[in-house]
Design a protein around this ligand. Structure first.
Ligand SMILES: Nc1ncnc2c1ncn2[C@@H]1O[C@H](COP(=O)(O)OP(=O)(O)OP(=O)(O)O)[C@@H](O)[C@H]1O
Length: 598
């Protein structure tokens, strides 16, 4: 056995090679044991192509195995960037099988080390994009009892790449763990350091790949970041806690996100918790529930005296309800196709672990009684509001509750009378004019770091907190002159959307984005047949309803709206929750909240 010290090549900042020459003498058993203890570990900080070549020569010279050099050598990896780490490790299942592992700025490549004569040589490489990586860590055998390898040292990287489904078309995120045994040195502490070096290098690169200028990384805000995880055990089919135990706990552990689980006990519990919380203790507020719990959290934050800072607390959503419209919207913005409920949970868990924070629009809603509330998703009247509330009794069927509710309501289709007015988005309109409170530009940086100032503010919630609504006239006065008053007074539905999905499988506002400062206003005029309305909802599953040229469907991009129902009784929903019935008006506040969007 020869121990080769660091080469003098200055471009290899930290290179060490420790290997057993296959041709060395010694008992066969000790040779094979030492081969198992492999062999080449290189830490390369190679800055120029010429130095890469020198590194390759150095590696070639010392490589102990007559393997396919071209395939195992990181310099030959096609289509990838510069190699920053290279090593050969055994896997976890079979200590005789070795893998050449290369880390670049973009991916982790793994290749089984095979003899050049092997028919599979050169065809067994896997590459994992670091964009799909949520974490990496070193482990000792004591940490994990799955492998009977006392004292064994490993590093693991956790990926959630989009993979084709087995039984159906399309793709969804699926978990892939890559775990390697580090045994290059006799000293277990040195092996652990090596494993930690790899885990750290992978984590760093996985974080660095986040697009610049799009937001900040949650984990960069404060280490360790602390997440308040609010669970509504009653949401959806009552399975939110099971979803946490089944998926989310493991994902957060892989991403090393410390969190405190708080289980709500009643309606408005989350709202009270958030209103009273010392927000300096939390880096993010995340819910596992339907949209109703996030509605509570947002309104709780905006009821605080320090609402301006409080509403900059990063928020996250993991789908545990029956509609999960915001979770589906955030998944949609990631560019991924629509997925099933469980796949949506994994996708949103992945987004949470990546931890990128973006701005999200909020809509200020005024009810006839003077009550004001904040909405992040939708304002509905007529058919959609009725289905939302009436389908509560089908909650046990999960997301299918809306399909059942739609069919039931179609059978008793009715007309809703009222006056609808809105302020359209003008051509070339500056979306932020008069919309962001106090004209302040909230950067992601200050939005996330400002929490230090947020000590608990114990006081009764004031009657009206939150940004000023500059676009709205008092509800008992006529709308301003630049508003449009809809000539029709008979409707089947009015739906104002500010995010793309109305439910997991309903792409109601396909062009919506998280923070465009736009309300997508749709209404269906009376006179539509049941068949045409059903067709519209079916088209909505693909987001093509606006292109169906249905003469009864109208669509406008607006900044504010007012609805004055004529009947004294009925249903209006805000984010899927029924609110007081009567006149209602609303305006958008662009990018007021902060949302973790991956
Ligand atoms: N522990 C609890 N017991 C009863 N109700 C609760 C509890 N915690 C929260 N709630 C209320 O339950 C209602 C429904 O919650 P949520 O929206 O999260 O689930 P969902 O209705 O199943 O999902 P979705 O809104 O996606 O359809 C909300 O109004 C929320 O305030």
């Amino acid at each position: 056995m020869r121990h080769l010290s660091s080469p003098t090549n200055p471009t290899l900042s930290s290179t060490y090679l420790l290997h057993l020459d296959r041709g060395s003498s010694g008992p066969a058993s000790s040779r094979s044991a030492e081969v198992g203890l492999l062999v080449v570990c290189r830490y390369m900080s190679v800055c120029a192509a010429s130095s890469r070549t020198r590194a390759r020569r150095s590696a070639d010279r010392h490589c102990p195995l007559k393997m396919d050099q071209k395939e195992a050598d990181p310099s030959f990896i096609p289509g990838t960037g510069q190699v920053v780490l290279y090593g050969e490790f055994t896997g976890t299942d079979n200590p005789k099988v070795k893998y050449a592992v290369s880390l670049t700025e973009e991916d982790l490549s793994v290749q089984k080390v095979l003899a050049p004569s092997s028919p599979a040589a050169g065809r067994n490489k896997l590459s994992f994009s670091l964009k799909d990586c949520v974490g990496a860590r070193s482990l000792r055998e004591e940490d994990d009892h799955r492998h009977a390898d006392p004292g064994g040292v490993y590093f693991s990287a956790y990926f959630y790449p989009l993979r084709k489904r087995w039984m159906s078309s399309g793709a969804a995120r699926q978990r892939v763990e890559q775990r390697f045994r580090v045994a290059s040195l006799r000293d277990p502490r040195a092996n652990l350091e090596e494993a930690e070096k790899w885990a750290r290098a992978i984590r760093e690169r996985a974080g660095l790949l986040r697009p610049l200028g799009h937001g900040v990384v949650l984990s960069a805000v404060r280490q360790p970041c602390r997440v308040m995880l609010l669970v509504n055990p009653q949401s959806g089919k009552g399975q939110a806690l099971g979803l946490y135990n089944g998926h989310i706990q493991r994902m957060l552990s892989e991403a090393e996100v410390p969190h405190t689980l708080l289980i709500t006990e009643r309606k408005n519990h989350a709202r009270e918790l958030v209103r009273e919380a010392d927000l300096s203790q939390w880096d993010a507020l995340v819910i596992i529930s339907g949209d109703g719990l996030l509605y509570e959290v947002i309104n709780g934050l905006l009821e605080r005296e320090d609402w301006e800072q409080a509403i900059h607390t990063p928020l996250g959503i993991l789908p545990g309800g029956s509609g999960n419209a915001l979770a589906a919207s955030i998944h949609h913005y990631s560019g991924a196709p629509l997925v099933s409920s469980e796949e949506l949970l994994v996708s949103c868990g992945f987004i949470l672990c990546k931890g990128l924070v973006s701005r999200m629009d909020l809509i200020s809603v005024h009810l006839g009684s003077g009550q004001r509330l904040f909405s992040f998703l939708s304002l509905a009247w007529g058919f959609v509001a009725d289905v939302d509330v009436e389908s509560e009794k089908y909650r046990h069927v999960g997301a299918a509750r809306f399909t059942v509710g739609t069919l039931v309501r179609l059978a008793s289709l009715r007309v809703y009378r009222g006056r609808l007015s809105y302020l359209p988005v003008a051509d070339g309109d500056d979306a932020e004019r008069g919309v962001i409170p106090n004209g302040a530009q909230h950067t992601f940086h200050n939005s996330c770091n400002s929490n230090n100032a947020l000590k608990a503010k114990r006081r009764d919630p004031p009657m009206l907190t939150g940004p000023t609504d500059t676009l709205l006239a008092p509800v008992d006065r006529p709308v301003p002159s630049d508003w449009v008053v809809v000539p029709e007074e008979d409707f089947v539905l009015m739906l104002a959307m500010y995010q793309s999905c109305l439910a997991e499988d309903l792409l109601a506002a396909p062009n919506a984005t998280l923070d465009q400062g736009v309300i997508h206003l749709m209404y269906v005029k009376a006179g539509i047949t049941r068949a045409s309305l059903l067709k519209l909802f079916l088209a909505m599953e693909k987001g093509t309803h606006l292109a169906t040229s249905c003469p009864h469907l109208e669509y406008s991009r607006v900044r504010a709206l007012r609805l004055e129902p004529y009947a004294p009784k009925g249903l209006i929903t805000v984010d899927g929750e029924a609110v007081e019935y009567g006149p209602v008006q609303a305006q958008v506040h662009r990018g007021l909240a902060r949302m973790i969007t991956g």
